[in-house]
Design a protein. Structure first.
Lengths: 210, 210
DNA sequence: TAGATTGTTAATCGATTAACAATC
DNA sequence: TAGATTGTTAATCGATTAACAATC
């Protein structure tokens, strides 16, 4: 369990799923869980869970399994969720509004700290509990407040420009809802939410009767 | 290029990205593109694009590249996007509303054909251009209209129940926004939109300074 | 023709799974 | 103690990349 080895990204992406499932188990009052039981819940093999966790340390007990509360705490800590991260939202349209109001985002380690839009009609008005600022002030606000994460919810043709400004201001992780691939320098993380592509990859199978 | 070999799912998932990039190229008036040029746009290697396409046939010309319009047509056809797919949306809350109104969904091969909600206050009222039906009528409507795809936008604790009803009524592809892993029988496709997990997998890197 | 780029094969790389000694 | 389950190693599987003959 040499903690020096950087875990593959595919492993890091699974950790939040483990954490979520453990959170449900905790709510259900389950105290202990085996890799097999946890795997059954989220359709992952027991071996994979144990292997994944082994990148970060030893968390279980032979013959017993894992203490739900303790493992959850450990994973949250590994993911950096023992603190809260300020996230900027760019785009206060229909989508941005849904994101702000979506309660899920108010949970675990994430909070939307600033909202920006280029439309003067939106600027100065509250979206949920946050007053929308003009996009011209992105750089200044992000820098001043040391915000490191941002959600991009602007049209595709504006996404790259917004990303450039954000990165320049110090943002190091982007979640983009815009249907375009962003070019970013090394050291900046980008992930996409792309429901249309996901649907399109399923029509493939339906079109040929599975 | 034996078309008999089923392409890996990871390849199928990339096809929509190729199609989208080609669509942008088409709008830009670009007539021909090489695997290298296409790859540069979407951060994929040229070899991967050529290999991916080879699962489905031969679409390029040596020394030249690919005809943008023709390749786009071919990929759309492979993905089953030469027709339009009726999709049911379950959940007419904040999220469901954003999904209905999101113009992206009105494009390429997908249209939302029915919306359901369990809240009597929402039933009978229009969401965008569609009148919300009660969740009790999911099975009947889906069966009667032969709908094969559905988007789940209900709270986590209702998602599995909704999935069960949908699958029973003949749905074979689910896109779920609910933060829970669904159990489905073989032959049913499920994909997830999970922005919170995505953010959580990036805090991992930020927390340790990349 | 010379230059460019495909489609495909083989080599490499990486991720998943199986197996089992250690041990609770 | 006997049974269960971990953490880890080795084997397997699958995906990506490199290389190049074919050919436009």
């Amino acid at each position: 369990m040499s903690r020096a080895v950087m875990p593959p990204d595919v492993v890091v992406r699974r950790l939040p799923l483990y954490a979520r499932s453990l959170r449900y188990l905790l709510h259900e009052g389950v105290l202990s869980v085996s890799s097999q039981e946890l795997g059954d819940r989220i359709n992952v093999t027991a071996a994979q869970i144990r292997k994944d966790l082994s990148y970060f340390g030893e968390f279980g007990k032979q013959g017993i399994g894992y203490d739900v509360e303790r493992l959850l705490e450990q994973i949250d800590q590994i993911l950096g969720l023992d603190r809260s991260w300020a996230v900027a939202l760019i785009g206060a349209g229909q989508l941005g509004e849904a994101i702000v109001r979506y309660e899920g985002f108010r949970a675990q380690g994430i909070h939307i700290a600033a909202v920006f839009d280029a439309n003067p009609d939106k600027v100065g008005k509250p979206l949920g509990t946050i007053v929308v600022q003009h996009s011209d002030s992105i750089a200044q606000t992000i820098s001043a407040r040391g915000i490191e994460m941002a959600i991009i919810a602007v049209p595709a043709d504006r996404a790259q420009g917004v990303a450039d400004v954000l990165i320049n201001a110090g943002v190091r992780a982007l979640l983009s809802y815009a249907p375009t691939v962003l070019q970013v320098p090394a050291g900046v993380w980008v992930r996409y939410i792309d429901p249309l592509s996901v649907l399109h990859s399923m029509t493939f199978y339906l079109a040929r009767g599975e």
